[in-house]
Every structure is written in structure tokens, then in C-alpha cells.
Design a protein around this ligand. Structure first.
Ligand code: CP
Length: 324
């Protein structure tokens, strides 16, 4: 975070307290994260960002994150710019930094950045200090706003209004090694008191990931048996050169690490099933489990995660652009 004060184009005589980036859960004080969560819980649409300008700067595909940032900014009455990287001057060789600096020169005050490269959001924050930068997912590093949406979903599912997750057991299952969602969730849910265990095949869940602050297991069945929260993750095939280097076969992966209908029927009935999306139906999760269509099976809160994404991003945008 920087304390630089900047002038906002179009806001004559008004100064604000400088960029309050959100680059990672790990680098953000827990007190600030709790404040954003509390504000998200109470969110109702208002005009608090009328006259302020926000842009999405997505260098990698997205449905949920990009759209929920746009909806959130619109629900605060901000002016929203969606930079389409497919038709931008990036294709003429302009750099990510020059693109962000151009947006700042046009009056944009805050950007949500998604990129394939870990560290991209931090780099823009450092090189374009006029902008408040929100990391909307950078490579395998972090996806802090997804973790905030997930924490709000857990809090409301278990009636924990103060975000105290003591005695909650969280199982994260899948491609942990490639997952920025897992890294942010381990940091946030763990800081709020939950016990987090990550499970998956050894090729996707190396023992070294225990250094993130979670337990490691190579048995899905043992891990989910007494879990309160089961977060399923997809295999991020796009981050590997060959399918063979990650799993032996999709059928074998589903048999050992898929949340199948029969596995879901064995779970604690009070547990919740989560997935940040996009899902690979029939691979890491069966369609009826994802859709909550099986009677007596733990509740799927996957759609709540999406809706809560708007609330946490609306709270975050206010926090980032707060007037001094
Ligand atoms: N969860 C998530 O980041 O989804 P998108 O890639 O669709 O934004």
C-alpha cells in the first residue's frame, strides 16, 4: 500500500487518500479484510461511487470475476470501463504497464487486473501509482476477491456473523498446486480460525504446499469424511503442457478425487459444497451434486459464491476509493 495522494481528473478540488490496493490476502492486514467482509454482509446498492471511474483490465478469460466487478461498480453508481484486451492496442505491442498508465491518464482511478503472470497486479501497482489496483487473479499466485466471496459464503452458511471460523474443518480438493483460489483461501479461512486440509493426487498436491499453512492429504475420502466445508477445484489444464503430466486419466481422477453422487451421500449432511467455478461437470464434481439436486446430500452453495462475489467487490471498491 502506498500513501501517495493523487488528483482525480474531473473532481476539481477533491483529493483522496491514495491507492489502497488489494494484491494478496497474505499481504493485507486481517483487520482490513474483516472490515471488507463486514461491509459486504451489509451491502445494499447506493451511489457512493458516483463520479468515480473503475476499469476491468483482464488479460485472461473470466466470466464470474469480471462480470461481478462490473455489476458491483454499477451498483455503487461508478463509471465503468471494460477494456477488451482482444481489441486493444496490446495487440500492437503495447505493454501491460503502458495500457494501465493510459487508463490512468484517461481518469480511471481503480482497476481490477487479471493476468496469466503471477505478480502482474503488483507490478502495475508499483509502476502506475495513480491507480488503485485490485488483483482479480494472477497466475498461480492469488485470487483475493474469490477468497473474500468464499469467506462470506461460509460465514452466512454457518451463521458466523463475526467471521470467526474456529472449529470449522475445510477440505480443499483438486489441483492445489496450480490454484490461486486455494492459496488465497488457505490464507484467509485459516486466518479466520478454520482448519484447512488440501487433498488431491501427489502430482497436483506436493507436500511442500504445507508451508502455506494447511494439512496435506492424498486421500480425498479421509479428508472429506468429517469436513464442514468442501471446496472442489478444477484441474487447470491450461497451465500444463500435457494432460498426462497431471493425471493418469480423467476416469481415474474422478474415481479417486471426484465429488461423485455416491461420495456426496457419505458426507456430513450439515456440510456445504463449494466450487469457485468454472466447473468441469462429471470430472471433479457430478452435475447433480453441483446443482444441489440430490435429496439428503450436503447443500451446494456454488451460486451463493457467485452472488456474494458482487457484495464483496462492492465493499472492496468503496474501501479502495474511500474519500479522506
Ligand atoms: N472463479 C473465477 O475466478 O471464475 P472466472 O474465471 O469465471 O472469473
Amino acid at each position: 500500500m502506498t500513501s501517495t495522494s493523487v488528483h482525480r481528473p474531473g473532481a476539481t478540488g477533491t483529493r483522496f487518500s491514495g491507492p489502497r490496493h488489494l494484491i494478496s490476502i497474505r499481504s493485507t492486514p486481517l483487520e482490513r479484510l474483516r472490515h471488507i467482509l463486514a461491509e459486504a454482509r451489509n451491502f445494499t446498492p447506493d451511489q457512493s461511487l458516483r463520479g468515480r471511474t473503475f476499469a476491468t483490465l483482464f488479460f485472461e478469460d473470466s466470466t464470474r470475476t469480471r462480470t461481478s466487478f462490473i455489476v458491483a461498480a454499477q451498483q455503487r453508481s461508478a463509471t465503468v470501463i471494460e477494456l477488451s484486451t482482444a481489441s486493444s492496442s496490446l495487440n500492437k505491442g503495447e505493454t501491460m504497464i503502458d495500457t494501465a498508465a493510459t487508463l490512468a491518464a484517461l481518469g480511471v482511478e481503480a482497476v481490477a487486473v487479471r493476468a496469466r503472470q503471477a505478480g502482474a497486479a503488483a507490478l502495475i501497482a508499483r509502476c502506475v501509482p495513480q491507480l488503485c489496483v485490485i488483483n482479480a487473479g494472477d497466475g498461480r499466485h492469488e485470487h483475493p476477491t474469490q477468497a473474500l466471496a468464499d469467506a462470506l459464503t461460509v460465514a452466512e452458511s454457518f451463521d458466523r456473523p463475526t467471521f470467526d471460523f474456529q472449529n470449522l474443518r475445510v477440505a480443499i480438493v483438486g489441483d492445489i498446486g496450480a490454484s490461486r483460489v486455494a492459496r488465497s483461501n488457505i490464507a484467509l479461512l485459516g486466518s479466520l480460525g478454520a482448519q484447512v486440509t488440501c487433498a488431491g493426487p501427489r502430482t497436483l498436491v506436493p507436500e511442500s504446499l504445507a508451508s502455506l499453512g494447511c494439512k496435506i492429504s492424498w486421500s480425498m475420502d479421509e479428508t472429506i469424511a468429517d469436513a464442514d466445508v468442501i471446496i472442489m477445484l478444477r484441474i487447470q489444464f491450461e497451465r500444463y503442457t500435457t494432460t498426462n503430466s497431471t493425471i493418469s486419466s480423467p476416469r481415474e481422477y474422478r474415481a479417486h478425487f471426484g465429488l461423485t453422487e455416491s461420495r456426496a451421500r457419505q458426507l456430513n449432511p450439515d456440510a456445504i459444497i463449494m466450487h469457485p467455478g468454472p466447473t468441469n461437470r462429471g470430472l471433479e464434481i457430478d452435475p447433480a451434486v453441483a446443482d444441489g439436486a440430490l435429496p439428503g446430500v450436503p447443500r451446494s452453495v456454488i451460486r451463493d459464491q457467485v452472488s456474494n462475489g458482487v457484495r464483496v467487490r462492492a465493499a472492496l471498491l468503496n474501501d479502495c476509493l474511500a474519500e479522506s
